[in-house]
Design a protein around this ligand. Structure first.
Ligand SMILES: Nc1ncnc2c1ncn2[C@@H]1O[C@H](COP(=O)(O)OP(=O)(O)OP(=O)(O)O)[C@@H](O)[C@H]1O
Ligand SMILES: [Mg+2]
Length: 288
């Protein structure tokens, strides 16, 4: 089943003014349920504009967006339910915290959905558990927490709505490497347990390599490609020309393959690299 689909989606900011800017142009894409999609592209390529269409936060200038089989804009009365089905975590979401306690902040979404207090309570506790927030933190003011913990509260607020599709716009921006790995690990576990669809916008190819199954590459407002991660990283030279660095492992393997060494250039994780080197050495010995 398709989770989200766009058809010739185009978005122009400030149309018919001197500031007119086409930020997304003619993007048609179908994302299957359960995929973990890494969204990459240089600064200003249209990533944030694209994802804000997927829960109806921005309306297309032309083209369509479908959630499952339903046209997002066909019936405005349904828009609200689509916003619950597709949860969006903005870049630097901690600036949007406002609750008196961590608990009330996380409870805001599910309460708005009209769930009973008992259901809200279980949603809040489950979401807090996913992002590693202890019970004791729930009664604190979000403003007493560290940067990484604030970010977790904001992510938990979206998880508590139990969205079918979860979209995160650079959720690790500005965090140290340890905080980054921890949040990405939590999102990965959430994905494995819930089997829902995830879109993760990231500037880090290493993060995409470690987590995503599919990669969506934007280039100058257009979709460059949407394919399995190994296929996308196998196009290292084209990505480099777009100003995107491929993971270090990919770079090494692409250059080995270029020198005529019979190695699979689509390898992009350290674990797969180890296996591929062992395979290559063994076959080399047998060949002698
Ligand atoms: N509200 C706006 N009004 C006018 N132009 C905008 C607006 N928001 C974004 N843009 C422009 O649209 C283009 C795409 O921006 P967008 O934020 O979608 O890119 P991005 O890929 O998310 O970039 P980044 O990696 O820096 O977050 C850019 O040229 C940007 O300057
Ligand atoms: Mg952006």
């Amino acid at each position: 089943m398709t989770a989200i689909r766009t058809e010739h989606l185009t978005h122009t900011y400030s149309p018919n003014t001197p500031f007119q800017k086409v930020a997304v142009e003619d993007v048609s894409i179908a994302i299957e349920e359960g995929e973990y999609v890494g969204v990459i592209g240089h600064t200003g390529s249209g990533k944030s504009t694209l994802i804000q269409h997927l829960n109806g936060l921005l309306a297309p200038t032309s083209g369509k967006v479908f959630i499952g089989e339903e046209d997002l804009w066909a019936d405005k009365a349904k828009l609200r339910s689509f916003r619950f089905a597709v949860g969006l975590v903005f870049q630097y979401p901690e600036y949007q915290l406002f609750g008196e306690t961590v608990y009330s902040d996380i409870a805001f979404g599910p309460t708005n959905m009209g769930l009973t207090p008992d259901e809200v309570d279980s949603r809040v506790r489950q979401a807090a558990r996913f992002v590693g927030l202890t019970e004791e933190k729930l009664q604190k003011s979000p403003f007493e927490l560290s940067g990484g913990q604030k970010r977790r509260v904001a992510i938990a607020g979206v998880l508590a709505m139990d969205p079918r599709v979860l979209i995160l716009d650079e959720p690790t921006a500005g965090l140290d490497p340890k905080g980054r790995d921890k949040i990405l690990g939590e999102i990965r576990e959430y994905h494995q347990e819930k089997k829902n669809t995830i879109l993760l916008v990231s500037h880090s190819m290493e993060d995409i390599a470690k987590n995503a199954t599919m990669a969506l590459v934007m280039n100058q407002a257009r979709l460059f490609c949407y394919d399995r991660v190994e296929e996308v990283f196998g196009r290292g030279e084209e990505l480099s020309r777009m100003g995107l660095a491929v993971p270090q492992v990919s770079r090494v393997f692409l250059s080995l393959a270029k020198r005529g060494i019979p190695i699979d250039p689509r390898v992009y994780t350290v674990e797969a690299a180890r296996d591929e080197i062992i395979r290559c050495v063994k076959e080399g010995r047998q060949g002698k």
